[in-house]
Design a protein around this ligand. Structure first.
Ligand code: FAD
Length: 494
């Protein structure tokens, strides 16, 4: 006897629910593949994937999500998912900004492939979200994937939770995601084969992965601060020596823990009395500290070198920061105590037990690193041409502009750049002149480092990929086409 309509609806609902509730990267991909197999959804049909999934999953809980995604997809900029139908995009990196970009490109109708070199999402560290990012994520259905998302006045999320929810949304809108695939380099179209031969491709590890046989028109570096894409000069902002420490402690969600107040970085940076008392009482000397209560109790602080030497965290003093912070010059036990003592003082000794959460390497989750230098790419995009084939190359997220962690600007500015990049790719698909496109992109990129939660448009409901909806004082022609000629790289002439 065949299944009834009700049984089918309920089975599809359960499979979808398993996918929505999956808590790991691998678990999500597995639940998704089972869902697609059982419901006979064709993954290679990226254009109709979302509507086929929606038609197959009709149980009540999914309807709220479909409503939200339909509303987003109805933005006129996407032209009913037909704005970029012939565009094939490769995104390097499955961090928050890679996935956020992927979702926009899929809504524009492009074929989108994300490759991520890892197969786990393990970063406990917590990202501060600006009000617009919270609004944006809510509109993509964040609460359906993570019920606790920004409840009450919470304005942060752990990096791994954010990656997980964006991965799920990306899969739903038809993005092809491959984990354990590392981008190595861009491969030019071979000589003498004209436009019928292979186009621009990517060399990846493992070398025999099927995606090495795909042609792309657009490639986006979203692989974090150490971007692997060639051709972009980096600007360095060198400040005075800055040593940051991040620490994550287990959150048991007890009433006592719930009562402890968070410390938001922006306000705290100016609280001199606190830092003097901390130094007097403990010998710990900090420039700032942030505390967010999330899946873990997360602290990020900037520590002064002398206090790290005095407390035995750094063993020998060296001028070169790399040597100073090399693992053989750091006493790990002393570092654990330093961060715990700072966290304890900062929360007025109210957190009942400061047990370290365990990181990806099965070690207590504490890290110390140098962020004396922050990097930004000089340019946001370039075009390569070889054997008559063009390739648009762009950067987003930390690859484009590195954030200052205690202020947590990474995700907020990263998402703005994701939208701006999607806007450029729409122009690319419409056949806009490359120099016009690149000069517009550079004009918009000039605004990015100056953006704050206060100076961007407050009308979040109007936000689309069109930069005019987000930047109040937009001048998209401040960089002229002749100023970006160097960003059109013709391989024939080199
Ligand atoms: P990322 O989140 O860095 O993601 C890049 C992704 O690309 C990674 O998943 C990486 O595995 C993948 N990748 C890299 N190279 C390749 C390759 N060749 N091929 C395929 N995939 C590749 N910000 C804060 O505000 N507070 C913090 O405490 C904080 N802690 C951080 C801790 C770590 C370990 C890191 C790496 C970043 C941290 N950040 C923090 C920065 C913050 O995570 C980013 O601003 C935010 O995640 C947006 O970044 P993104 O998506 O551009 O890049």
């Amino acid at each position: 006897m065949g299944e009834t309509e009700d049984e089918r609806t309920s089975q599809a609902g359960q499979l979808f629910e398993n996918f929505v509730q999956a808590t790991t990267c691998k678990g999500t991909l597995q639940a998704f593949s089972i869902l697609c197999r059982q419901l006979e959804l064709n993954l290679s049909d990226h254009r109709d994937f979302y509507s086929s999934l929606k038609a197959a999953v009709t149980y009540w809980k999914a309807k709220g999500l479909w409503g939200k995604l339909d509303k987003r997809a109805s933005h006129k900029e996407y032209n009913k998912g037909k704005a970029c139908v012939d565009t094939k995009c490769l995104i390097i990196g499955g961090g928050p900004c890679g996935f956020r970009t992927a979702i926009e490109l899929a809504l524009l109708g492009a074929k989108v492939v994300v490759i991520e070199k890892r197969d786990t999402f393990s970063r406990n560290n917590v990202l501060h979200l600006w009000p617009y990012t919270i609004h944006d994520l809510r509109n993509l259905g964040a609460k359906k994937f993570y019920g606790k998302f920004c409840a009450g006045s919470i304005d942060h999320i752990s990096i791994r939770q954010l990656q997980l929810m964006l991965l799920k949304i990306a899969l739903i809108v038809g993005v092809e995601v491959h984990v354990s695939v590392e981008f190595i380099k861009l491969l030019e179209p071979p000589e003498g084969q004209g436009t019928d031969g292979p186009g621009w491709r990517a060399e990846v590890r493992p070398a025999d992965h099927p995606i090495s046989g795909y042609d792309f028109d657009v490639i986006i570096g979203a692989d974090g601060r150490r971007s692997t894409l060639d051709g972009f000069k980096r600007k360095e902002f060198r400040g005075k020596l800055a040593i940051a420490i991040t620490a994550n402690f287990v959150n048991r969600n007890t009433t006592a823990e719930a009562k402890v107040e968070e410390i938001s970085g922006v306000a705290f940076i100016f609280n001199q009395k606190f830092f003097l008392e901390l130094r007097e009482e403990t010998g710990i000397d900090l420039e700032n500290i942030v505390y967010y209560k999330d899946n873990t109790h997360y602290f990020v602080m900037t520590a002064k070198k002398q206090s790290l030497l005095d407390k035995g965290v750094i063993i020998n003093d060296y001028i070169e920061t790399e040597r100073l912070l090399a693992s053989d010059n750091v006493n790990q036990e002393a570092l654990l105590s330093y961060a715990r003592e700072a966290a304890d003082f900062a929360t007025n000794y109210q957190l009942p037990s400061l047990d370290y959460a365990i990181n990806h390497y099965s070690q207590p989750d504490v890290a110390m690193f140098d962020f004396t230098c922050m990097y930004a790419s000089e340019n946001a995009a370039l075009v390569r041409e070889k054997n008559g084939r063009q390739m648009l190359v762009a950067l987003v997220g930390d690859s484009l502009l590195e954030p200052f962690w205690p202020m947590g600007t990474g995700c907020a500015r990263g998402f703005l750049a994701a939208f701006d990049t999607a806007w450029m790719i729409k122009g690319w698909a419409q056949g806009k002149e490359p120099l016009d496109l690149l000069s517009e992109r550079e004009s918009i990129y000039r605004l990015l480092p100056q953006t704050t939660a206060e100076n961007i448009s407050k009308n979040f409901e109007q936000y689309t990929i069109d930069p005019a909806t987000r930047y109040p004082n937009l001048n998209s022609t401040c960089v002229r086409p002749h100023q970006v000629r160097h960003l059109y790289i013709n391989g024939e002439q080199s």
